[in-house]
Design a protein around this ligand. Structure first.
Ligand SMILES: Cc1cc2nc3c(=O)[nH]c(=O)nc-3n(C[C@H](O)[C@H](O)[C@H](O)COP(=O)(O)OP(=O)(O)OC[C@H]3O[C@@H](n4cnc5c(N)ncnc54)[C@H](O)[C@@H]3O)c2cc1C
Length: 270
């Protein structure tokens, strides 16, 4: 940490290297020093208290998938982590690196967003936290300051009885980077009415976001197929509202609608 503080401007943090080493190979890495943080015990802890689950940034996707505490409290993150790339990528790639890289298609981000995740950072020996929604400022851009490091992520814990799901669209079934992912968490009461819902999709906006318009639309109603279809159309409308019409949306809109339907139906109707 001291080395990082003393050489903040000349250093780049290295975790699993699955993104960074590609940048190095492409000649776009200009830092003098690479500081490997992947074995720092401080960054590898998982803990839980009454309200929040804390997951160390240096945990690889494979370690997340195997962790029984994360399995219990954040099953959508387990689903998302289990679908990242290939086994080799999951064995090396970390949660911290996935968020710091800030790809709009990052699989972990929607699964963290439904937990109202905060990023816990260390800078010059001081620890502070920031909501994930503002930490990522755009595509491949974050608020991370030189010399700062992501220590962990703090996730809100849901009360008993929650349902959740994660699905994604990728180019190919295996070894492919996600094109869009959808994470959801919801509650049904004894009459089958949605009493709470959180929905977040990747690749919809440059910054991580929850689909609050859709959440409000569905809360207080019974999740029938027609209603879910209408909600999914609203997600596609939101995408256009945020980014404007684009030629690729001819394909992307039906894909996003299908992804949202699959995720909400899996959560509420299966
Ligand atoms: C073939 C292939 C398939 C892939 N498939 C997927 C996929 O399906 N889904 C998906 O979401 N991603 C995918 N990825 C992307 C990649 O694996 C992830 O983004 C990975 O999680 C990055 O983590 P890392 O530990 O390898 O980060 P690194 O490559 O080590 O670092 C990435 C960036 O994060 C910074 N960083 C790393 N750790 C920290 C920290 N603790 N604090 C501050 N900054 C930090 C680095 O400085 C760098 O800027 C794929 C990549 C490849 C090569």
């Amino acid at each position: 940490m001291d080395f990082l503080s003393d050489h903040a401007e000349e250093s780049k943090i290295l975790s699993g290297g699955t993104d960074l080493l590609i940048s190095a190979r492409n000649g776009v890495l200009e830092s003098k020093y690479l500081v490997d943080v992947s074995r720092l015990e401080e960054l590898r802890q998982v803990s839980v208290d009454q309200t929040r689950l804390t997951i160390g940034s240096a945990l690889t996707f494979s370690e997340i998938v195997r962790n029984s505490t994360i399995q219990k409290f954040a099953p959508a993150l387990i689903r998302a982590s289990g679908q990242v790339g290939s086994l080799q990528i999951r064995n090396a790639g970390t949660l911290g690196g996935n968020v710091a890289n800030a790809s709009p298609a990052a699989d972990s981000v929607p699964a963290l967003m439904i937990h109202d995740a905060h990023v816990i950072l260390i800078s010059s020996g001081f620890e502070y936290s920031e909501p994930l929604s503002s930490f990522v400022t755009g595509a491949y851009r974050t608020n991370l300051k030189p010399g700062s490091i992501i220590k962990a992520f703090s996730l809100e814990i849901f009360p008993r009885g929650f349902r959740c799901a994660y699905n994604r669209i990728a180019r190919r079934r295996s070894l492919s980077i996600s094109r869009a992912g959808a994470a959801a968490m919801g509650f049904l009461d004894t009459d089958g009415i949605i009493t709470d819902l959180r929905l977040s999709l990747s690749s919809i906006s440059p910054q991580p976001a929850r689909m609050t318009v859709v959440e409000k639309y569905l809360i207080g109603r019974a999740p029938r197929s027609q209603l879910i279809f209408e909600a999914a159309q609203t997600v596609a409308d939101e995408m256009v509202r945020i980014s404007g019409e684009r030629p690729s949306f001819v394909y992307k809109k039906p894909a996003v609608v299908g992804l949202t339907i699959k995720t909400l139906e899996e959560m509420f109707l299966d």
